[in-house]
Design a protein around this ligand. Structure first.
Ligand code: TA6
Length: 318
């Protein structure tokens, strides 16, 4: 079983603009759509699409729980969220312009969790997660959930002996690294924030790969690189016509774990993840991808394997 933990889920409100967003002007939209939001729920959608048994858990605002539940059911995501009274699940407003040159996202803070809710989540982990399971903790932290709370949660998950994947940012990512996550997926900005003086990104990733079983680092337009098992896997997905890039990274993580949890084969998992993410950006909402299309795109994905010691050239921009 794969458990995705989304501490701060969202309902994505996708607004399709008639033209590029312009300040001091009435910007008009042609339509509004809703989709699930929050990185862990997106990963659950990808896992379900690929037939990987999973359960989406975390916190959810009681105030608009019916709306969140409606979107989760539409996406056929099995879920068991801990309801938080007194506040709504936040909305992420995503502005998409017709030229499809990337989306603009504005997200709300959402509900505030209390000690009771945190204990309920710890209890869920202790009662359900087993050493043969995989757990993904993904997305931002809600109000009331501190880095110390994250440490307590990640320690409780590690104590089960399961495979712990973290798609977290900033200090939360640092916490996951310190606590020995088995998988992280830092983007270029997050990597640069972790560099020590005069350290290259490659040197940092090699250093991290000594204690983290699987690292997938985005190289932006150059694709991504995975450090696993003493090897580097340089992934180049096929170029596709982008409609909406929102959720592509979450789709990648969910698809990767769906395959990796079954086979343990990083190259196979990377290939499928790249195919799914490439399909995802071709569609308007923030989660959908076409499985058959993703399989074809996976076949067109290039993966170059290198032993750690062979790699000294910089493959990161800048
Ligand atoms: O990555 C896409 C997405 O999950 C959107 O659906 C939006 O909800 C946002 O990211 C949430 O990100 P956050 O880091 O705030 O959890």
């Amino acid at each position: 079983m794969i458990y995705t933990i989304t501490l701060n889920p969202a309902i994505d409100r996708l607004i399709f603009l008639t033209e590029e967003l312009t300040k001091r002007k009435t910007n008009r939209s042609v339509k509004v759509q809703y989709d699930i939001g929050g990185k862990g729920t997106h990963a659950s959608y990808a896992m379900s699409q690929l037939g990987a048994d999973n359960l989406a858990v975390g916190f959810a605002g009681e105030e608009n729980f019916e709306k969140l539940e409606q979107v989760l059911e539409e996406k056929e995501i099995r879920h068991q969220f801990i309801k938080v009274a007194g506040g709504p699940t936040r909305e992420s407003v995503i502005l998409i312009d017709p030229k499809n040159e990337g989306s603009t996202m504005i997200t709300e803070p959402g509900f505030t969790v209390s000690r009771v809710h945190k204990k309920a989540l710890l209890y869920f982990v202790e009662e359900n997660v087993r050493r043969w399971d995989h757990v993904l903790v993904a997305g931002s932290l809600p109000l009331g959930f501190s880095l110390e709370d994250l440490q307590e949660l990640l320690k409780a998950i590690k104590e089960t002996g399961c495979f712990l994947a973290c798609d977290l940012a900033d200090e939360a990512l640092q916490t996951a690294i310190e606590l020995g996550a088995d998988f992280i997926k830092p983007n270029e900005f997050e990597l640069r924030s972790l560099l020590s003086e005069n350290q290259t990104v490659e040197a940092l990733l090699e250093e991290l790969s000594a204690s983290i079983a699987c690292i997938v680092a985005s190289k932006g337009a150059k694709g991504s690189v995975c450090y696993h098992g003493g090897q580097q896997f340089h992934v180049t997905a096929p170029l596709v016509r982008e409609v909406n890039d929102t959720g592509a990274g979450d789709c990648f993580v969910g698809s990767f774990l769906a395959v990796f949890s079954k086979t343990g084969d990083a190259a196979e998992a990377l290939r499928m993840a790249a195919g799914c993410a490439a399909s995802k950006v071709k569609y308007e909402d923030s989660s959908y991808f076409d499985v058959a299309e993703a399989v074809e795109l996976a076949k067109q994905t290039r993966i170059e394997k290198k032993k750690m010691k062979e790699c000294n050239e910089s493959s990161f921009a800048g």
